[in-house]
Design a protein around this ligand. Sequence first.
Ligand code: XMP
Length: 310
Amino acid sequence: MNERKFIEDKVGEIRAIVGSEKAISALSGGVDSSTCTILAHRALGSNLKVIFIDDGLMRENEAEIVGRTFSGLGVKVDIIEAQDEFFRALKGMIDPEEKRKAFRHTFYTVFGREALRSKAKFLVQGTIAADIIETKGGLKTQHNILEQIGIDPEKGFGFRVIEPLQDLFKHQVRRVAKALGLPERIYSRMPFPGPGLATRVIGEVTPERVTLVRKATQIVEQEVEKLKPFQAFAVLLSDRGTGVEDGRRRYGQIIVVRSVESKDAMTAEPTPISWKALRRISKRITSEIPEVVRVAYEITSKPPATIEYI
Ligand code: XMP
């Protein structure tokens, strides 16, 4: 793939499709939505409205980091506070696909509302080839596949959807992102799923449980930074385990650390993290998050396990 040619073609295509109408892009700060947003911004300039939907399921300080990065690139980002709406939609749910469905529904409700408000006729989103393959293969219903919520992507729901990256895999998107001048902290960033930390909380997704897994995720990301794994994160299990504190027994939370190497997320192998680094991760998680009494490192490949837990 020639990145410059790809960029030129896509910018031309987006401009031809949207014409003098308005479009809206939902930016999450990940490499796919960032790349897609910059492509659309190049094509449409001020006719593109960029929003960041704060669903309460993002990593630490994400809204602030995204706002700062994109304002440095000359792109204004409107932060939409929708945390309560997402937590209300997820309340009481434990089934993985139910949670994905509730997330997706809320996401498009908020996205659609903002599009209407800004009089946009087009939604630009960073769906990539793996999202489509995995959903159509029946593996997982990824959040951004419109057919899953009964929307015909051609007809849309009052909006037409534009997906400039739909034929690319993650490593190709990274090359396009670099050629577009996105900073390294974006183009080399680990993938983060659309439904965010909701995919990393087994059982009910509550603000408290998300806060806990967010802290653990930050520790894992900091500790593996030098190893540059394809993806690394923490998962909060729904069962608790016995721990001991000051000679007394207490039930506490269990965190699983997952780190994988992969090219395109279709298959993956666990990262061979050193014993020393694993011990440091475990010590930091249990001392900085007192609710946690056990930390496990997952050693499963994909297949048979998927990368995320839900
Ligand atoms: P799995 O868990 O299916 O994940 O092995 C493969 C890759 O996809 C990411 N992932 C998602 N990305 N929306 C996304 O944008 C989703 O609903 C979703 N589910 C999984 C996952 O993080 C991994 O990189």
